[in-house]
Ligand binder design. Structure first.
Ligand code: BEZ
Ligand code: FE
Length: 285
């Protein structure tokens, strides 16, 4: 076998695959991987390092750590998939990456509940509505919410302090499509750098910071689910997000308010920050 026909022969071996999509994807993967090797001509040692790196990425994954998502995110592949696969009508709220810190089974909480367990950060009230793109309120829409603390850490990064979930919750909209919850103002934070992806970023001389944000996964019957963030306006890292996930329409103001009546209604001290933002869902196709 010569280097001329290795690729041709590898592609020919897909001949008996009767799943056309799988065949198309595998053809593309082999074609592009072979093109990389032809261009770079890695030494055997370099190829060994590449295999070792991917092995390490796998070893770092468990129920609370997803190093493969982090790799996809930091190479901007997640954002490219999101952009191409998540095309929606213009008036629908834009999506962005899921990230590696979503956990299934967050606690279901009632309107106005506080997702901050220690209440140490700056008190923040988040309100809004879930609407269809024509502005009709959607009742009983589900919002799965998660965020990093005021210290820039997710609960799973400090399990001794927060063994039972912190800064996570599931909320449902009321009959007018409204939701509301209390939290602490999120901080910007570095993506996890203690594993192989962190070593990769360091070797590439790349900063690891993400701008402060709250994550939302919004879903409702008959509508396309939306995975997105709300970013804090004026954050210094908005233009240099390590995973290129910022979209202008998702940058919102955390307005400082001194309104003791509303604060008391939600059981938080005044002054506090308030975000009021609607999510618009496109109909399922
Ligand atoms: C996050 O926002 O939680 C996140 C996204 C991508 C990489 C690391 C963290
Ligand atoms: Fe995050």
């Amino acid at each position: 076998m010569s280097d001329d026909n290795i690729t041709v022969e590898a592609l020919a071996r897909l001949e008996n695959c009767d799943d056309p999509r799988l065949k198309l994807i595998t053809t593309s993967v082999i074609t592009h991987l072979h093109a990389v090797v032809r261009e770079v001509e890695p030494t055997l040692e370099e190829w060994g390092q590449a295999i070792d790196f991917l092995t390490q990425v796998g070893h770092w994954c468990d129920d609370t750590r997803q190093e493969f998502i982090l790799l996809s995110d930091t190479l901007a592949v997640s954002m490219l998939v999101d952009t191409l696969a998540g095309r929606k009508p213009e008036s629908a709220t834009e999506s962005t990456v899921l990230g590696p810190f979503h956990l299934p089974n967050a606690p279901e909480l009632s309107f106005g509940a506080n997702i901050s367990k220690d209440r140490i950060g700056e008190p923040t009230l988040v309100t809004g509505r879930v609407l269809s793109i024509d502005g009709t309120p959607i009742a009983n829409a589900k919002l799965d919410v998660w965020q990093a603390s005021a210290e820039g850490l997710y609960d799973v990064q400090e399990p001794e302090r927060f063994p039972n979930m912190n800064l996570r919750g599931i909320f449902y909209t009321n009959g007018e499509g409204q939701f509301g919850f209390c939290t602490e103002k999120p901080a910007s934070y570095p993506v996890p750098t203690d594993g192989p992806v962190g070593a990769m970023l360091k070797a590439l001389g790349r900063p690891a910071m993400r701008p402060a944000h709250i994550h939302f996964m919004v879903s409702a019957e008959k509508y396309q689910s939306l995975t997105t963030h709300l970013f804090v306006r004026d954050d210094p890292y908005l233009k240099s997000d390590a995973v290129q996930a910022v979209k202008d329409s998702l940058i919102v103001e955390f307005k400082q308010l001194d309104n003791p009546v509303e604060a008391e209604q939600f059981g938080i001290p005044s002054p506090y920050f308030k975000v009021n933002e609607d999510f618009r869902l496109a109909l399922a196709v």
